[in-house]
Design a binder for this molecule. Structure first.
Ligand code: MRU
Length: 337
């Protein structure tokens, strides 16, 4: 399964706002429209956002190739893309990597396209490698809790947390995946359950408020989630609700893992208090798909992510292996180039 394609100088995105009802691909030739697609979550998930931004940089180069002030136009395009969503560091990592190249080679479109394709391909490779490493942590007959969507749709392909689940399933280790629905935008219900059903991996969809009850009944053996940004000490941002699950897992003595590529590590910040957490519109809380679920005029609070302190993490699964505490020492030097 894939959600991002590059073909004939255009970017194609599987519209994730429509899933699972409709599989609709949208075509992009303008970087500003890609910035908007990231903002409105046509494409979402930390690595996928980075990949989309890399291809959008190629689009910006196509748009500005003939301009005398190419670097200035590209800087503006970078700013537009960087302003789309603040939390996932992969976006900034990919934009910086592309910037290094366009500063060096100018509007060399084939070279820029090759670099964006490399970012895309490397992400899939990292996911497959971390999937294998993470699968070793999965006990036989595991019942695994998943939150949000950290699958093929959220990445270049295969997935981070769902990559671990896919690899463990291939080894015959997974008895059930419990997918949190993940309000307000239902990435767990609409995307994770959709991916797992398609791949014929056993999945049970639950409402967010059911996870604690499942754990208390001894029905969860491990939790594995994705990550949008990990600070130097191992604190990490992921979809809102992740922190609550980590606290619940600690209380019930259940191993709690996050899976991430090196492009999600931000060694420039010492801890999670420095992670910018995106606040989204109240309409996501007061309704879904245009149907009101709360009274008109009610106040809302809608942070898209929360920060889980590293003390609640059992281990971090990366393409460079499984990291155990102390995370600050283990993470040092692990940032992607
Ligand atoms: O708001 P979203 O849907 O972009 O949030 C996605 C998540 O929180 C994922 O868990 C994270 O990006 C990791 S994706 C491999």
């Amino acid at each position: 399964m894939e959600a991002i394609r590059w073909k004939d100088s255009a970017l194609y995105l599987l519209d994730q706002t429509r899933l699972p009802a409709e599989e609709r691909w949208l075509r992009y030739t303008d970087h500003q429209e890609v910035a908007n697609a990231i903002k409105t979550m046509v494409v979402r998930g930390a690595p996928a956002i980075g990949i989309a931004a890399a291809y959008a940089t190629v689009l910006a180069a196509q748009e500005n190739a003939c301009k005398a002030n190419f670097p200035a136009a590209m800087s503006r395009a970078k700013e537009t893309l960087a302003a789309s969503r603040p939390t996932a560091v992969n976006l900034f990592w990919a934009l910086d990597r592309m910037e290094k190249l366009w500063l060096a080679v100018g509007p060399d479109l084939p070279r820029l396209e090759t670099e964006a394709r490399a970012i895309h391909r490397e992400d899939v490779q990292m996911n497959e490698t971390m999937g294998k490493a993470g699968a070793e942590l999965v006990p036989q007959g595991a019942r695994i809790l998943a939150h949000c969507n950290a699958g093929a749709l959220a990445t270049g392909g295969y997935g981070t947390a769902l990559g671990v689940i896919r690899a463990a399933h291939a080894l015959g280790k997974v008895s059930m995946v419990y997918a949190d629905e993940t309000r307000p935008l239902l990435q767990g219900a609409r995307l994770t359950a959709y991916e797992l059903v398609k791949d014929q991996i056993p999945v049970t969809l639950i409402c967010d408020d059911m996870a604690g009850c499942l754990m208390a009944q001894g029905k969860i053996d491990m939790v594995v989630v994705g990550c949008d940004r990990m600070a130097a000490n191992g604190d990490f941002a992921n979809k809102i609700g992740t922190y609550s699950l980590a606290v619940l897992a600690k209380h019930h003595g259940i191993p709690f893992y996050t899976a991430l590529p090196s492009s999600t590590i931000d060694l420039s910040i010492p801890d999670g208090s420095h992670i910018p957490v995106e606040q989204r519109g109240g309409e996501e809380v007061t309704g879904f798909a245009g149907v009101p679920t709360g009274p008109a005029g009610v106040q809302t609070w809608n942070p898209a992510f929360d920060v889980t302190p590293h003390e609640l993490l059992t281990a971090v699964i990366t393409e460079r292996g499984v990291l155990r505490p102390p995370f600050d020492r283990e993470l040092a030097g692990r940032k992607a180039d």
